[in-house]
Design a protein around this ligand. Structure first.
Ligand code: GDP
Ligand code: MN
Length: 376
């Protein structure tokens, strides 16, 4: 789950990090009013779940409340990477002497939190990693001990020459690590971490991604969810207890089990196709899940064919078949279905489908090939 900058900053503040004040506006008037309370010189920042807002025109400096109002007027309603801006953060402008990058992520290969810091702040870390990888210092944290003080100093020493700034940055990194762990985050990033002309170190941008699997035990973090920033299909899937991730291809896949869903996507790619989604309808026998799954997949205009790949264990093939018949009876299907059913109650499932005018195969290889052909 992504959260907004203003929400991440609130978490940072709670962990003692030096973050400038700020508040949210949904109207230009409110942005102007806030700017007045901060003395007029403010930054107006689009709150959307996308990076690179600065480049897209979603971060604007204002010298007066009137200017803040007119910036907000432009930014509210603007689209950034397909997301409509509904809120802006209004925050006092900081004078910047330098911009650095500080981030911590869960690293899949070491299975541990990894810090990355760089003097090259303000730009995407991916860009720095690609063009100037020596400019990034990395440190793997042992989660049993957390970020130890000497490690934080070692990281901070690569960012600043001034001892006071090194100390300040080391402290911030310790707090960032605490915030990261306490929130169940998979990523926490300060870009840029600035120094001011008078030598202070501050976080003026904040980004956090929360691991969805941490949410059930963190209701306060779950409450930060902004559904207006999520694809409607993913919201619908979550409400229907389906695991669904939208992708960019044309083959919609309905599969039971995460492992089989991964294997299905691999096979689609192997035969030259592109999956439109990852969708796991889970292990239970419930025709309604199939109805919801089809509803979600057919709402994606990129989908040109739908592939069912069901391996019946606890899931019964006849239930899935009934789900397909019910769903296709309820909605107008504009794309062909390619179905593979095997396992528990397979004969019954195939019979139900054939009576309804569908054909079903028991071979995964066959149906994936067919789906790839039909998608083209
Ligand atoms: P992002 O583009 O979405 O990462 O948004 P940021 O909050 O990182 O802002 C982008 C850039 O705008 C920063 O790297 C700064 O150069 C600039 N910026 C943001 N806030 C301030 C500020 O308070 N003062 C000044 N002078 N520049 C700012
Ligand atoms: Mn930034």
């Amino acid at each position: 789950m992504n959260i907004h900058e203003y929400q991440a900053k609130e978490i940072f503040r709670r962990h003692g990090m030096p973050v400038p004040p700020g508040d949210i506006a949904t109207t230009p008037d409110r942005a102007g009013e806030l700017a007045r309370t901060y003395g007029g010189s403010v930054v107006v920042k689009a709150q959307v779940h996308a990076g690179g807002r600065g480049k897209a025109g979603g971060v604007k400096l204002a010298k007066s409340a009137d200017e803040a109002r007119s910036h907000a007027e432009k930014i509210l309603g603007m689209e950034i990477k397909g997301l409509t801006v509904e809120k802006v953060l209004v925050t006092p402008t900081e004078d910047i002497a330098s911009e650095a990058y500080v981030g911590v992520i869960v690293d899949r290969s070491s299975k541990r939190p990894v810090f990355m810091v760089s003097r090259e702040g303000g730009i995407d870390i991916e860009e720095v990693a690609a063009t100037n990888p020596e400019a990034i210092r990395r440190l793997t944290v042992d989660p049993r001990y957390g970020l130890l003080p000497f490690q934080a100093y070692w990281l901070a020493a690569s960012l600043y020459d001034d001892v006071k700034q090194q100390r300040a940055a080391a402290k911030i990194m310790g707090q960032l690590y605490e915030a990261f762990i306490a929130s169940g985050a998979s990523l926490a990033e300060i870009n840029p971490l600035i120094t001011t002309p008078s030598g202070e170190v501050k976080a003026i941008d904040a980004k956090m991604n929360i691991d969805d699997n941490e949410l059930f035990r963190r209701k306060d973090v779950e409450a930060l969810r902004d559904t207006s920033s999520e694809p409607p299909s993913e919201i619908k899937a979550r409400e229907a207890s389906l695991t669904y991730i939208k992708l960019d291809g044309s083959i919609g896949a309905v599969v039971n089990g995460a492992g089989l869903a991964m294997a299905t996507m691999d096979l689609i790619k192997f035969y030259g196709g592109e999956p439109a989604n990852f969708l796991d309808i889970g292990g239970s026998s419930n025709p309604e899940k199939v109805v919801n799954a089809l509803d979600i997949i057919t709402s994606d205009p990129n989908v040109t064919v739908i592939l069912f790949n069901i391996f019946g264990g606890i899931t019964r093939c006849d239930d899935v078949a009934n789900g397909i018949v019910t769903a296709t009876g309820q909605m107008e299907m504009k794309v062909p279905l390619v179905i593979r059913l095997t396992g528990t109650n397979e004969e019954e499932g195939v019979r139900i489908l054939e009576e309804a005018g569908f054909s079903a195969s028991t071979s995964m290889d066959d149906v994936v090939k067919r789906a790839v052909e039909q998608a083209q």
